[in-house]
Design a protein around this ligand. Structure first.
Ligand code: BG6
Length: 480
């Protein structure tokens, strides 16, 4: 059941350096890697084991900073090895087989472009590396639309069974995202209220202050809807909206998520103009510094790619009929903050004078701090009169668990650990990825059909004015 090795194909790439080696190192430092577990890098570059180890050391140092421990490193470095692996040269996969020896339950992490998946998995099969007990991890983007997603999934399915395919959405590895499941299903308090009777609307915001950085080539082909909403934001929506699963086993959870995705009301026809907002940042201020606009980063080219998107979506089922879910995400927003807000309904009748009443609100904050806050109406302390004020009942996860100067975990740590343990609960199943694309494709088609172009917004603002109109039209407003 527990893997004996991981092979990272694309071992010299950015993801491997920034996330995978440090994450595996932290797992090792917490004693969570099996004793004989090996980490093999595979890429086209002609590196020796020592070259590879030096690179890994640099990336671990970089990330671990004050948490670097020479003793752990000594243990970790002995797990490392390198093998030249080239999708176009099947013989290199036979070499890989030699390096792996008789290792069982090997995980192949394809940290490469998806258009290499077919060739790589074919080579793994040919070299008899893809055995009944091996598994494969792949990253987003799983396609750019439904059709390309199906092609990628088909390519993987030629070699691996669905129970061996681990599709990563790193948001599912975040602590608070996990906690959302605990909050909903380990407490009786919220469940009776978690529906259209008590909930007025739901907001999901994933804000970033960064721009597209060095990824313009990729990003310009995708845009915020495909890059963030198709995966991370819809996954959050699923966890908020899904029915209680029968258990935490992978299929129970994923069956419920896919039902949500299939209940999303398609945004078709002219609704695309009313229910979606596209934006593109212009020059402005982010994190206190002047920053260039998106088009200035293109190398002079024009672009209709959105760097911001807001959508009003309806989940057409009994639980959520008539409850708007507002989703928004963007680059160069005022803060890196991700949160889910459950806005409860107003009291049906107020017995208090004045208009200070505010309906209860549950905020689940993923970033920057992990926090859950419930806003309740309270009386302000005084002898005379009855003045009310909303007060937040705050649960700071850091304070609650008395973690001193907690190390910010990398979401990949949990995901790699789950893959090592062969548990697919936190990974996206094929039908989920495809259902999400079906819904996204309709919006993309509408934008193109009706010529919906992104509206400009200043870097450091919360998107174009249309995003505010989207909620205000229904008498709601975004919470920052
Ligand atoms: C990635 C997107 O999947 O998630 C990036 O491709 C984005 O564009 C990133 O910046 C955000 O992740 P996080 O964990 O920093 O919120």
């Amino acid at each position: 059941m527990t893997a004996q090795a991981i092979v990272i194909i694309g071992a010299t790439g950015d993801l491997a350096q920034r996330m995978l080696y440090p994450s595996l190192y932290f797992l090792d430092s917490e004693g969570l890697l099996p004793p004989e577990f090996r980490i093999i890098g595979g890429a086209r570059s002609n590196l020796t084991d020592d070259d590879f180890i030096a690179r890994v050391e640099a990336s671990v140092h970089d990330r671990a900073e004050g948490y670097f421990n020479p003793q752990v490193w000594e243990r970790y470095r002995r797990r490392l090895g390198y093998c030249v692996v080239d999708a176009e040269h099947p013989a290199t996969f036979h070499n890989l087989a030699t390096v792996l020896g008789g290792a069982r339950e090997v995980i192949f992490y394809l940290s490469t472009s998806p258009n290499l998946y077919d060739a790589i998995s074919g080579n793994l099969r040919e070299a008899e590396l893809a055995k009944a007990d091996s598994r494969v991890i792949v990253e987003k983007p799983i396609g750019r639309d439904l059709q390309s997603c199906i092609e990628i999934n088909d390519a993987l399915a030629r070699t691996f069974a669905e129970r061996e395919i681990f599709r990563i959405d790193h948001y599912l590895g975040k602590e608070t995202v996990q906690n959302l499941i605990a909050l909903r299903f380990a407490n009786t308090l919220f469940e009776p209220l978690w529906n259209k009777v008590s909930v007025e609307h739901v907001q999901i915001t994933v804000g970033e202050t960064v721009g597209v950085e060095g990824r313009w080539g990729y990003y310009n082909e995708y845009g915020a809807l495909r890059d963030m909403v198709q995966n991370h934001v819809l996954q959050l929506l699923c966890l908020v909206a899904m029915e209680p699963p029968a258990s935490l086993d992978p299929d129970s959870v994923r069956n419920e998520k896919v039902k949500v995705l299939r209940s999303l009301r398609p945004i078709v026809g002219r609704d695309v103009e009313k229910k979606t907002v596209r934006g593109q940042y212009r020059a402005g201020v982010a994190d206190g510094a002047s920053v260039a606009g998106y088009l200035d980063e293109t190398g002079g080219g024009a672009s209709d790619t959105e760097t911001f998107v807001a959508v009003q979506v309806n989940v057409d089922n009994w639980r959520w009929a008539g409850v708007p879910f507002y989703l928004r995400t963007g680059k160069r927003l005022p803060s890196k903050s991700s949160q889910i807000v459950i806005q409860f309904r107003d009291v049906p009748h107020s017995i208090f004078a004045g208009d200070d009443m505010m309906a209860n609100r549950l905020t689940i904050r993923l970033q920057p701090e992990e926090e859950i806050a419930l806003t309740l109406m309270n009386k302000t302390p005084s002898l005379d009169g009855m003045e009310l004020r909303p007060v937040a009942l705050n649960l700071s996860l850091t304070d609650a668990f008395r973690v001193e100067a907690p190390r910010r975990r990398i979401a990949y740590e949990r995901l790699l650990l789950e893959a090592i343990k062969n548990n697919q609960t936190l990974f996206v199943r094929r039908d989920e990825a495809e259902a999400a694309w079906t819904w996204i494709d309709a919006i993309e088609a509408g934008w193109s059909h009706y010529g919906v172009k992104p509206s400009p917004y200043a870097a450091g603002s919360w998107g174009p004015s249309g995003a505010f109109a989207l909620t205000e039209r229904n008498g709601h407003s975004w919470y920052e």
